[in-house]
Design a protein around this ligand. Structure first.
Ligand code: NAD
Length: 332
């Protein structure tokens, strides 16, 4: 694999907003490994210092809100590059806190842009999402596909809508005020300690519960939808490598998918999770939440043209992730 170079990162100063979150922590760790200076700004609503483990001592940690311009200006001061990841994640929040999602998206993005301009920071990297496509017309979907809000009245689209606004702001301010502005759109990143609000940890927890209740025999396992819906997932270690590659080699005012083209159905994902637990399951299909997408898979040609190659397959990534969740307390 064409790995990201040390020379690009050595001594460079990065601010990672959302730096104690799932992807933020992985980015912080990778940047430190490459010899960069790293500062994190996070309000720890989802992330935490503890989750950074021993590397917390090597990062300048600012606990503050991305909606507070003064805090963001202080965090941006003296940086070479800002990686803006802070956002409200988790599908259940799309429905329960849509107004907060949009506030963090829009005020956060504006504060990052204003702070970068005020502090003369010329490089910006923005985390967007595959949710900007909602139900893509062409699969695998490339970066030029239309970004859509299918129904303004459905709170689900607060998340994707917030990302679309962030992208528009970043591109149009980026053109005028930045030397380099790059957007990445992650497609279902998974791995140990990724939080609870995602299909992989939810399947792992539910499998654990079912096994405790039923120590032998085939387990009845409920899922949302028919089970034929597909997603493509990328393991966190591959994701970090891909992101460093994009930060180093991505072109100004360009968008890059970070994901894989390996699709898996929800039914097969559940079966894979069960197999890690040495169990068999009967899939029980259910109702799909309104606004959910049947199939999503990125075209990753642009990412691969930068030299990125996936190293961890689903089997191995799911095994590491599920084992991590089986070993922790459910309330954690
Ligand atoms: N994980 C994925 O599969 C995925 C997919 C698509 C897009 N993304 C995007 O990648 C980025 C990182 O995602 P993640 O999976 O690490 O999520 P995460 O929730 O673990 O991390 C987001 C971080 O932002 C912080 N945050 C939230 N509101 C804040 C506020 N008001 N001020 C300061 N910090 C705040 C949270 O505490 C958290 O640590 C996000 O922008 C997300 O939308 C992730």
């Amino acid at each position: 694999m064409n790995t990201p170079s040390h020379s690009f990162y050595q001594g460079k100063r990065f601010l990672v907003t959302g730096g104690t979150g799932f992807i933020g922590r992985a980015l912080v760790k990778s940047l430190l490994k490459k010899g960069a200076f790293v500062r994190s700004l996070d309000n720890d609503s989802r992330g935490s210092r503890e989750k950074l483990g021993i590397i917390a001592d090597h990062v300048e940690l600012i606990t503050g809100d991305i909606r507070d311009l003064d805090v963001v200006k202080k965090a941006v001061h003296g940086m070479d590059c800002v990686c803006h990841l802070a956002y409200i994640n988790g599908t259940e929040f799309f429905y329960t806190k849509p107004e907060l999602i949009l506030e963090v998206a829009v005020k956060g993005m504006m504060n990052v842009l204003d702070a970068c301009i005020a502090e003369n920071v010329k490089q910006l990297v923005l985390a967007s999402s595959s949710e900007v496509y909602q139900t893509p017309q062409v699969i695998p979907t490339d970066e030029s596909a239309a970004l859509v809000v299918p129904d303004v009245l459905n709170p689900r689209f607060s998340y994707g809508g917030g990302k679309i606004i962030s992208e528009l702001l970043a591109v149009n301010y980026g053109r005028k005020f930045f030397d380099r502005m790059i957007i990445f759109r992650p497609h279902n990143v998974y791995g140990p300690d990724m939080g609870r609000e995602h299909v992989v940890p939810q399947f792992a927890f539910r499998m654990k519960e079912a096994i405790e209740k039923q120590p032998t025999g085939k387990i009845d396992f409920n899922i949302q939808g028919s089970g034929e819906e597909t997603r493509s997932f990328i393991f966190i270690d591959d994701f970090s490598n891909a992101l460093l590659t994009v930060i180093e080699k991505g072109e100004h005012l360009n968008v890059y998918h970070i994901g894989t083209e390996e699709e898996i159905s929800v039914k097969n994902l559940a079966t894979l999770v069960a197999s890690v637990c040495d169990r068999e399951i009967n899939i029980i299909p259910g109702r799909l939440l309104q606004g959910s997408t049947i199939r999503r898979c990125p075209n990753t040609n642009k990412l691969r043209s930068l030299g990125f190659e996936q190293e961890t397959d689903m089997q191995s990534g799911i095994k590491q992730t599920v084992k991590w969740y089986l070993n922790i307390n459910n309330s954690k």
